[in-house]
Write a protein that binds this ligand. Structure first.
Ligand SMILES: Cc1ncc(COP(=O)(O)O)c(C=O)c1O
Length: 413
């Protein structure tokens, strides 16, 4: 366990003793966020509409780079998302969410002119799967939805085999949201090579890898990589991102006026912006979320994603040691290289357990009544893992969580 990684002081933590294990949903708020939001209101107050063109560079105060609300989605993506992915400047952009990115991609109907199938692993998140299904119906595409294997993991052989000469796009999750399985760069690269041979594209959803798993976009050879900053990256809502491989020419038909090459020229026929990433912009950008987008990622990049990964692997390994001694089934991979930042545990009445834990200030989440989800992160330590699993062990033994009457709360995102 790395003692250096006790990063609690960078985040707002509850005032009372609590163990926050929900990095997989909405990471803790970085301490710097209130000041950043204050800067948003000050910029608005002091610059008014001119803030679109110029504001102080709150993100890199020692930099002379020109920042304004207009270029913020590109600027922040170049300054923070690109380094996280090992991508060059000009390839990434911040967008409201993954759904917006995938929907825009699916409106690039030229991708489907000669290729009529898309391959999707069934563990794709609904923000990916739903737009694919909707647009595929419109274009009369065949969706090859590859079922997961009996353990719920991506069936890699079947995905690979399903890519045929008529395949336009392959969609894979870098980290599966139902199991936390990590797909290796090696496998993703093999898929990329196969789809490239026939002129199609590989699209990777990296939401649960963002800020948590070292990612080398060149190493995986993905054509598009989407994700968001809400979870481990603690960027809160409204902040997804998209990487587009340089040289790829895409023209999403749902583009808005921010995708116009000359948005202020009263054009009745807008022209495509020469920069491909700008074509994925729709209408006027929601600026306020951009002020909190990067605060968490900045912490993680400064520490180094390798170190973050080593820390979470150590914590989840320690959790697994506890789990082995308890009547709980692990639904996430045991192998470190395949194990993402989240652990999914199967137990009867997991929803009751989740609620009982919450009453005792241990924060997890439950799904489907029998799955407990938790993700220790940079604000957690080994002692908290011990406390959590000792408490779960005692609770399972006493069955006290089953005897408490309560109203189930809704799940978290
Ligand atoms: C794998 C994955 N992709 C995407 C999302 C979020 O999608 P969106 O940004 O459209 O809300 C999530 C959220 O839970 C997710 O787990």
């Amino acid at each position: 366990m790395n003692p250096f990684l006790s990063l609690k002081h960078y985040y707002e933590v509850p005032k009372y003793p609590a163990i926050e294990l929900r990095a997989f949903t909405h990471g803790l708020m970085p301490r710097s966020v209130p000041a950043m939001m204050q800067r948003f209101t000050e910029d608005w107050q002091q610059q008014g509409v001119d803030a679109w063109n110029h504001i102080p560079n709150h993100w890199k105060s020692d930099s002379s780079e020109q920042v304004g609300w207009w270029n913020l989605p590109e600027y922040l993506a170049d300054a923070f998302i690109a380094p996280m992915l090992g991508a060059p400047a000009g390839a990434c952009i911040l967008l409201p969410n993954v759904h917006a990115a995938i929907t825009s991609l699916m409106t690039c109907d030229h991708l489907f002119r000669h290729r009529k199938t898309v391959v999707v692993s069934a563990d794709a998140f609904p923000s990916v799967l739903f737009p694919i299904q909707q647009w595929a119906a419109l274009y009369q595409l065949e969706i090859r939805l590859i079922p997961t294997d009996t353990d719920g993991f991506c069936d890699q052989d079947s995905v690979y085999a399903a890519i045929q000469a008529d395949t336009a796009l392959v969609f894979l999750s870098h980290v599966g949201f139902t199991t936390s399985e990590v797909l290796s760069h090696t496998f993703l690269r093999e898929v990329a090579k196969k789809i490239h041979q026939i002129g199609g594209l590989l699209v990777v959803d990296g939401y649960h890898a963002t800020g948590a798993i070292p990612t080398d976009i060149d190493g995986m050879e993905a054509d598009l990589y989407v994700g968001g900053l809400l979870k481990e990256a603690s960027g809160s809502t409204g902040n997804g991102y998209l990487y587009i491989r340089p040289g790829l020419d895409l023209k999403p038909r749902n583009a808005g006026w921010f995708a116009d090459a000359a948005p202020f020229s009263f054009n009745t026929s807008p022209a495509w912006h020469p920069t491909v990433r700008r074509r994925f912009m729709g209408g006027t950008t929601a600026i306020a979320p951009l002020y909190h987008a990067i605060e968490g990622l900045k912490i993680l990049l400064e520490v180094g994603i390798d170190l973050v990964r080593a820390h979470t692997l150590a914590l989840t390994a320690h959790a697994i040691d506890h789990i082995k001694a308890l009547p709980i089934t692990l639904r996430s991979p045991v192998e470190p290289e395949k194990r993402g930042p989240m652990l999914i545990l199967e137990m009867p009445h997991a929803d009751h357990m989740c609620h009982y834990l919450k009453k005792h200030h241990i924060f997890t989440d439950s799904r489907k009544g029998n799955l407990l989800r938790l993700a220790p992160f940079v604000w957690n330590n080994q002692t908290e893992i011990d406390q959590t699993f000792e408490f779960i062990g005692d609770t399972l033994k006493s069955k006290s969580y089953l005897h408490t009457s309560f109203q189930l709360e809704g799940p978290v995102t």
